[in-house]
Design a protein around this ligand. Structure first.
Ligand code: AVI
Length: 323
């Protein structure tokens, strides 16, 4: 079953508006990172998660494989489980399997990407006693919807895995978690996956792999814009680049124009000029410390119940309770 957003044209209009706003603003050009995940982008992200340089996904999987039962023991029942950004669903399998050992439950993956939603559903379809209801919405709209379905006395366990919280701009992570908290009741819980700070060299390799998969993932956003907005980005005249911002503690992904050039957006009837070496900032990947996770939780109305850290790749899974 699916809870779907119906008007596809409205999403195309919103896509066009946000792309135009990001490329036409004064100063640093930007594109929203959520648009990296079209069907090809989601597949490329799956490939990134297999790269030896990108240990994040495997670290979280190790934690969930090893500690899901322990996590579940700390969560009151009955529970319903919304997940913000289901991805492929592979990591969630461990948690759902542990949860359904104690009760039947409903799992609500919330995703704007229809293809990610359907691969998540087919990945998890075989788990017994779990009914999967896909929610094709932005995270907060989806969570609002799921929270409104909560039967009296049922506990919400919100999953926000994979360090997607790190893809918010600095400060926006706490605001977002504060909004999540707004849909919860005291005692509800949030399982939050966050990548931890590591040597700069190691972080940069994770976001600029020698095989060029991350570069393809990033540049695919331009290909998507070409296709959906009838634009004429020449992908050979743009390069992927990753830098570490010491001030914000984030790896930043950019797309750099290798020459002066003009790109036309025929569907929308505007054009954008690029200087040589000018960049479009497409994504921030913030790296946390154990202390900063606690601070983030407290700022947004949660308390830390427990935390698990991978011993091969610094990554933290933190169970928070709405206070
Ligand atoms: C989805 N997100 C947590 C990834 C990250 O590491 O921040 C996105 C990503 N971008 C490039 N590689 C991976």
């Amino acid at each position: 079953m699916n809870i779907a957003e119906n008007p596809t044209t409205e999403s195309l209009e919103q896509f066009a508006r946000e792309i135009r706003a990001g490329l036409c603003q004064a100063g640093q050009k930007t594109l929203p990172s959520k648009y990296l995940y079209d069907p090809l982008g989601s597949t490329l992200f799956e490939a990134i998660s297999l790269l030896p340089e990108y240990g994040l996904t495997r670290a979280e999987e190790r934690i969930l494989r090893q500690y899901s039962r322990e996590i579940v023991r700390r969560v009151p029942k009955p529970a319903m489980v919304p997940e913000l950004g289901s991805g492929s669903g592979r990591k969630t399998r461990w948690l759902l399997t542990a949860l359904c050992e104690r009760e039947s439950l409903s799992y609500y993956p919330i995703e704007i990407s229809r293809s990610a939603l359907s691969s998540c559903k087919s990945e998890l379809r075989d788990i017994e006693h779990v009914s999967i209801v896909g929610v094709e919405r932005e995270y907060l709209d989806g969570l609002r919807e799921v929270a409104s379905l909560r039967p009296h006395g049922t506990h919400l366990l919100v999953l926000f895995l994979g360090s997607t919280i790190g893809n918010f701009d600095s400060g926006a992570d706490a605001r977002f978690l504060g909004e999540v908290r707004g849909f919860l009741l005291p005692g509800d819980s949030l399982l939050l996956g966050t990548d931890l700070m590591k040597p700069v060299d190691q972080m940069l390799k994770a976001y600029d792999d020698p095989l060029g998969v991350t570069a393809a993932f990033n540049l695919n956003l331009l290909a998507r814009i070409n296709q959906e907005l009838d634009a004429d980005f020449n992908l050979r005249h743009f390069r992927h680049s990753s830098t570490f911002n010491e001030v914000t503690g984030s790896v930043e992904m950019h797309i750099r124009s290798t020459r002066e050039q003009t790109v036309s957006f025929r569907r929308e009837g505007f054009s954008v000029t690029f200087r040589k070496d000018e960049t479009i900032w497409t994504e921030s990947c913030h790296k946390y410390s154990r202390e900063s996770i606690g601070e983030l939780a407290a700022l947004s109305g949660f308390r830390t119940e427990a935390q698990w850290i991978d011993d091969q790749w610094p990554f933290a899974e933190t169970l928070l309770f709405a206070s």
